[in-house]
Design a protein around this ligand. Sequence first.
Ligand code: B12
Ligand code: SF4
Length: 467
Amino acid sequence: MTEAILIRPSLDRYIFTSIYPLGLGYLATSLRKIGLETHVADVGHMGYTRHQLFERMRRNTPAIVGITSFSRDFANTRTFIEEMAEYLPEHVPVVMGGPHPSALPELTLEQIPRVDYVVVGEGEEALPLLTKIVHGHDDTPLEKVPGLVWRENGAIRRNEIAWPQDLDSLGHIDWSKNDPRQYQGENIAGGSRRVPAAIMLTSRGCPYLCQFCSVHVVNGRKVRRHSVEYVMEDVEILHKKYGFREVRVMDDNFTTQKSYVMEFCRALREKQTRENWDVWLSLPIGIHLQTIDEDILDALKSVGVYEITVGIEAGSERMQKAMKKNIHPALIREKVRMIRSKGFDTIGLFILGYPGETKEEMNETIRVSMDLGLDQAHFHPFIPFPGTPITQQLQAEGKLQNMKWDDIHFEKFNYSYTAFTPRFLQWTRFKALAMFYLRPRQFFRFMTKFKSLGQVRFIAQKVMEYM
Ligand code: B12
Ligand code: SF4
């Protein structure tokens, strides 16, 4: 066996490629453990083109090719694979994984004939085992590869998922193979206060039941965590070896276990004070309001967290219930007040256009966003991601027949699942943004947030996408 190639295909239009694909980093570690040199090909990043990758494949036939895909990238990825097939010898197995293929594995195999296997869920156990099996180095039957979906005698076979329970045993991402300093998109996208900022994970999975969320498809509902020691090793490498001054934790829901948060913050605080680590923690991904209390906020503050992002989603009680977010409006007010009183910048995440949502309910969401004293509000168009309960419901009602993944957009409504037209929803979102940000105090607060020209450029790009 020579080398393995793990690919995130070019997204062309999308700025988030400048954020390191953590999942592929962990998969690379799992393949290196079986002695396979592994190249993470982040096509579209830092001027690395698909043709450079195809040339590499031609020169050095890979043992296996793994490709990741979000739903938004799926159409693009399909075109990429069709093009790649002209360069890649037929005997080289192609495997897909990630949020979209995990939700729709059978369809993925139907739609992209060159894909031989899909791995549903996390791939660190499945991918090395599959690689050994296809190369005759292991006689485990395919039926034993966790989460594997494949074609056999004209039918599609599917195995159960088995999520790794001991995350530390997966090993660390080997940053020496992909210098993390090349990835500075997070400074831009997330507006980190300290530069350079790196990303990392402490846990996987989320126990909540939000009907629009597809986290459970890949990571399940049971939260699994790295030990605090493991995470401190990660921070140490990122800080001491690469000079990062902020680590942005990308967990699905970092605060689900209070004892862990307290222990984590205690350990980091000790490193900061006793060993002079000049590195802060930050949390760009939304956390659930119910998980927050005064102790947690104090602990987070003590290690540098300056901003808390919370998934509020809807202002009305009826929509809170429909989404199974189930945060009572009074609790929203209480928790946001608590966060603000501790001096954090507070960002609220909201959804507009949820199936069945009325005009009054959307206006209520806008009103609540303005009344809470938030520093920022993000109004996301509702998107029926595959594998979510609400998507299954819409499918059963026959409402998703005309939906195309390449038409979904995170700034625009191309579809409507309410009584209103996409144009009206787009107008409502515009109104929400205008009402929220065009208040003089709010506008000033927002503009003073930017620390570099790059961050301003990022916002300008978002505005252009919106137009
Ligand atoms: C961190 C994060 C981000 C980061 C970085 C994403 C990145 N480029 O890596 C930021 C903030 C930039 C981001 C942005 C967006 N995100 Co995001 N994000 C996440 C989050 C919270 C964690 C992802 C992560 O790092 N997981 C940990 C690693 C270890 O897991 P992983 O990447 O999934 O990889 C594992 C498996 O998927 C599998 N696997 C993956 N690829 C492959 C390939 C092969 C061959 C195999 C075998 C296995 C395999 O094995 C990996 C190792 O275990 C997830 C939630 C989640 N739990 O998935 C949402 C999530 C992935 N994001 C989502 C979305 C929608 C977005 C946005 C489109 C949102 C927006 N409004 O703009 C953007 C676009 C991102 C883009 N196109 O680049 C959705 C995706 C749904 C879907 N079906 O597409 C998720 C699932 C959240 C949700 N709401 O349901 N995101
Ligand atoms: S709390 Fe966040 S990650 Fe968890 S299910 Fe809800 S939206 Fe998904």
